[in-house]
Design a protein around this ligand. Structure first.
Ligand code: BV8
Ligand code: ZN
Length: 245
């Protein structure tokens, strides 16, 4: 390994790899203009803590506040585009065995052309009834204020966001598949995640335990940096196209 250039080390490591698994976090979408989860609160939402809003308790307590927040985040996504990092991953998967797992609830990987994306924390665009579980379409109109009563289901329940809240179990099949992708890869790449949210942040440890080389792409140090073999202190939209020759 060269002492100086982690990108060349990463390219050397990737050259012989048969299978690559990539885990993306909120930093993956930052260069598309989507604030990371910790910075998602701007304007009238600045007074609310995302960690409090993204919980079943908040939904129980004030569904109109939580529904307006997700409406706002859905509306923000209609105004942005996938970035060069999303596009690089979509291109790469066309000629190599590159498997994608994301913690993100946005649709930017899919809009860049990636298929078969495992969303371990669900999706902003998958809504369901909080009582009977029936799927419902997601509206994308931007709410005026910080309250919007959620639509009602035919069964009388309320339509909730199809995301995983803190304290909720991850979708069993998604996490099982994500774990399988961590166990089956030669190289595991972490892009734009602070590595603080479990069980998703445990995936690189699983990959390491199965013998994979771990690469981190993040401008900042994270809770997972020490477990990585190569750390590229750069951003998703700059570093990823450089790995996909
Ligand atoms: C669970 C959907 C089992 C919602 C999200 C008490 C009770 C229950 C559970 C717990 C508990 N205490 C702890 C837990 C576990 C908890 C957890 O991990 N908490 C943490 C905070 C300590 N986990 C859970 O609750 C999970 N479920 O454990 O179930 C259970 C059940 C009951 C009881 C016990 C156990 C569910 C977790 C899923 C939460 N839902 N999202 C929504 O979006 O509204 S997670 C949410 O936060 C995001 O989706 C995202 O995944 C995560 C934030 O992480 P990041 O993606 O890393 O984003 P972040 O902003 O943190 O970092 C961005 C990074 O990008 C930074 O490092 C930055 O440097 C970098 N960056 C910035 N720009 C760029 C960049 N990188 C590259 N390029 C750039 N341009
Ligand atoms: Zn229902």
């Amino acid at each position: 390994m060269s002492a100086t250039d982690p990108t060349s080390d990463a390219i050397e490591t990737l050259r012989p790899a048969n299978t690559v698994t990539v885990l993306t976090g909120a930093g993956m979408s930052a260069e598309s203009g989507v604030p990371t989860f910790r910075n998602v609160q701007t304007g009238l939402w600045a007074k609310y803590d995302p960690m409090t809003l993204a919980t079943p308790e908040a939904w129980e307590d004030d569904p109109a506040l939580v529904w307006a927040w997700y409406q706002r985040r859905r509306a923000m996504l209609t105004a942005v585009e996938p970035n060069a990092g999303h596009q690089a991953l979509a291109t790469w998967a066309q000629f190599a065995d590159v498997r994608l797992v994301t913690q993100n609830v946005d649709d930017l990987h899919e809009r860049a052309g990636s298929s078969d994306v495992i969303h371990v924390h669900g999706s902003l665009f998958a809504c369901r009834c909080d009582t009977c579980g029936r799927e419902h379409d997601a509206e994308v109109s931007d709410p005026e204020g910080d309250r919007l009563p959620p639509p009602q289901c035919e069964c009388g329940g309320h339509v909730r966001p199809g995301v995983v809240w803190f304290g909720e179990m991850l979708p069993q099949n998604a996490f099982t598949e994500a774990t399988a992708r961590a166990e089956a890869c030669d190289v595991f790449i972490l892009v734009g995640t602070s590595g603080v949210v479990y069980p998703a942040a445990g995936l690189p440890h699983i990959a390491r335990g199965a013998g994979a080389t771990i690469i981190e792409i993040n401008p900042d140090e994270t809770d997972l940096s020490d477990a990585c073999d190569i750390t590229i202190r750069s951003t998703a939209a700059v570093a990823l196209p450089g790995l996909v020759d």
